[in-house]
Design a protein around this ligand. Structure first.
Ligand code: GLC
Length: 655
């Protein structure tokens, strides 16, 4: 009790101090604008101070650094354009804007989709045809020359890479998107900078302040101690977690040697990266994909991922955006084990106070696992175990992205259904690399480690779902199956409690791109297999009903339009897994006051039936399938076509 009192006294005095600092900084601004800012400061200061204290509370410069932070927030608020301030107000009035069923996401590389940032602006009609309202452009900030890890090695966070355009192009694109009701998402690479970033260059030259931005050690003593418990991000293409500098010091480099991990225990890092975020927000960026967030805090003797401080830092960062640019939301990229995932949307004291969105890595992995095994038990067990997410948040649901698929399935997970973890992971890698007898998939192993047998998978959605092999065999039945698997996957991400994010090219079934091997900047990293250049000729075929592109595109449009029309798909509507009675079939319920929606997914290539009682017909006693547009009898088992999907609601709820 006394502790609580102390805490609130501290928060109150810190708030008073923050308001004084802000008022000074905002001098000259209209009184009502100053008042609005201080109101937000008051509203979110507890989130900010609590997170700040955990990360920096025991440093002598904690309070003065917080002053510096508040000054920066005030400055960024002051320079925010009127159109964005209006957006801030709109979003405060409608905080669930991103949870709406009409939110459909799309992700692409600006260069590969349209040549440049300005080029993307010329393709917006196409995206609008797909009803996209959320556009994630892959890394577009200035990067180093040569290998860039797909742009995740930033040299200047305030400039667009010259090969893609200028920061003004980005601002114009944001304006254009906003007018069309689309939100731009960009990556904020906050775990590391490029080795060629000015801080890293100064650190290499021995500058102490710049060195303190990174985790640099005088010799191998500490790196060796850390390495004992550290996993490796890219064991094959970039082994080890530390890189030697010319002067004999060692810098922490979780990913590639040219990506230097920032030291987030230094408040200067927090202030600088928050400043970068708000600078981009003031250009019009609305969603920040927080790259590799799990790695932001290090602790000796651990795997240095998902440390509790990561969530405190995210809470403080989230509060900063809420204070200075409330139109902005965060999407956490934490590709972690299922039991660590929910924390990125906020559990315990962080509930609803961290990220607004987080990648549903488990859903993605389990889609592929169920499809290969023709068995949804592991999926059901794992997804049931996830804590319910805060109602104010949304999963980012996806089937493919620019990264490999890592089989995040532990021994304990697999044991739930009597499988061995290693055996199942190996099965999945064999299956999706095309080695498993009878597999439908074509992909490549990524970072295969012969000693442990572990590996991940690269390949496009269509190739992994069987289209590549089916086309080669010129077998219409196999082609039908592959198209049905693509529909099944898209239907899954459309119906989950989140924002579905389509990956460029999947809407027309683009196959893996084998030409990556001919490009020296890409050949060592087969994730480029599924980062193709957009095939605009194939896009032209999207309205031809007999063409593969036309079939996949039409399926997707139907799913999108149906999702938009049903309030059950709002991300705040809870999702509960239902027992389907058939291990090949997944079923779940979205319970909504307008009627429960039951999703039923057949992961097998054979016909199945499920008991009609698993779907909720409620008082009407009649079910309606939103996808087929027809009624479904409840007095006999529900028929499920091979790889079929149904979205059932009580008939009266149909309107
Ligand atoms: C994220 C990105 C991945 C990149 C890594 C390092 O996981 O998705 O592509 O290699 O971060 O930035």
């Amino acid at each position: 009790m006394i502790g609580d009192l102390d805490q609130s006294v501290t928060s109150a005095s810190m708030l008073e101090r923050a308001i004084a600092v802000a008022t000074e900084e905002l001098d000259g601004l209209a009184e009502s604008d100053v008042e609005l800012f201080t109101l937000r400061l008051a509203r979110w200061s507890a989130d900010l101070v609590e997170g700040w204290d955990v990360a920096y509370g025991n440093r002598p410069d904690a309070a003065s650094s917080l002053d510096r932070l508040v000054r920066m927030l005030s400055r960024r608020y002051r320079e925010r354009r009127p159109v964005l301030r209006t957006l801030d107000l709109e979003r405060i009035l409608r905080p669930d804007w991103f949870q709406d069923p009409s939110m459909i996401g799309y992700v692409c590389y600006p260069a590969r989709f349209a040549g440049s940032v300005a080029g993307v602006g010329r393709r917006l009609d196409y995206l609008q045809e797909l009803r996209i309202r959320y556009l994630h452009l892959m890394p577009l900030l200035a990067t180093r020359d040569g290998e860039t890890d797909g742009g995740y090695a930033v040299t200047d966070y305030r400039a667009v890479d010259p090969s893609l355009g200028t920061i003004d192009d980005l601002e114009s694109l944001c304006d254009e998107l906003r007018q069309r009701g689309m939100s731009l998402c960009v990556d904020l690479v906050l775990n590391h900078t490029a080795a060629e970033h000015p801080w890293a260059i100064a650190a290499s030259a021995g500058d102490p302040a710049a060195s303190a931005m990174y985790r640099i050690f005088p010799d191998r003593t500490m790196p060796d101690r850390y390495e004992r418990t550290l996993p490796q991000a890219f064991p094959q293409i970039a082994p080890g977690n530390f890189t030697e500098l010319p002067d004999g010091r060692w810098v922490w480099t979780t990913f590639h040697p040219y990506q230097w991990d920032l030291d987030w225990s230094n408040p200067a890092v927090f202030i600088e990266m928050t400043d970068v975020l708000l600078d981009l927000a003031n250009r019009g960026v609305e969603v920040f994909r927080l790259d590799a967030v799990a790695f932001m805090w290090k602790r000796l003797g651990t795997d240095c991922q998902n440390q509790p401080e990561v969530h405190d830092l995210l809470q403080a960062l989230r509060a900063c955006a809420r204070i200075a640019a409330p139109a902005v939301i965060f999407k956490a990229e934490a590709i972690v084990a299922p039991d660590q995932l929910a924390a990125y949307l906020g559990v315990g004291r962080h509930h609803g106070r961290v990220s607004d969105m987080a990648y549903h890595n488990s859903l993605m992995v389990q889609f592929w696992s169920s499809l290969a095994a023709r068995d949804t038990r592991l999926m059901v067990g794992l997804l049931r175990r996830l804590p319910r997410k805060p109602a104010s948040t949304a999963w980012a649901t996806y089937i493919r992205c620019h990264d490999d698929i890592g089989w995040a399935i532990t021994e304990q997970d697999a044991a739930m259904v009597g499988w061995g973890g290693q055996a199942h992971r190996t099965f999945l890698s064999d299956f999706y690399s095309g080695a498993f007898p009878g597999t439908f998939a074509r992909g490549e192993l990524f970072n295969h480690v012969p000693e442990t047998g572990d590996s991940r998978i690269s390949g496009s959605f269509a190739s992994l779902a069987g289209l590549e092999a089916a086309l080669e065999a010129a077998d219409p039945r196999l082609i039908d199956d592959a198209i049905a698997r693509i529909r099944l996957g898209h239907a899954l991400i459309m119906a989950w409690d989140g924002v579905p994010i389509l990956y460029m090219g999947d809407e027309i079934g683009m196959l893996s791109d084998l030409s990556y091997a001919d490009d020296p900047a890409h050949s060592a990293d087969n994730r480029w297999l599924h980062r193709p250049i957009m095939d605009w000729d194939a896009v032209e075929r999207r309205h031809r009903p007999e063409a593969i592109e036309g079939r996949i595109f039409a399926d997707l449009r139907r799913l999108v339009d149906t999702r938009r029309s049903a309030p059950q798909f709002h991300a705040a509507t809870p999702l509960d897994i239902v027992d389907s009675g058939d291990q090949g079939v997944l079923a779940f319920a979205r319970r909504h006051p307008n009627g429960t929606l039951t999703g039923i997914y057949n992961f097998t290539e054979t016909r199945r039936t499920v008991d009609a009682s698993i779907a909720s017909a409620e008082a009407t006693g009649i079910l309606f399938d939103l996808l087929s547009g027809s009624e479904v009898a409840v007095d006999r088992p529900i028929e499920m076509a091979p790889l079929g999907v149904r979205w059932l609601i009580p008939a009266a709820a149909e309107a």
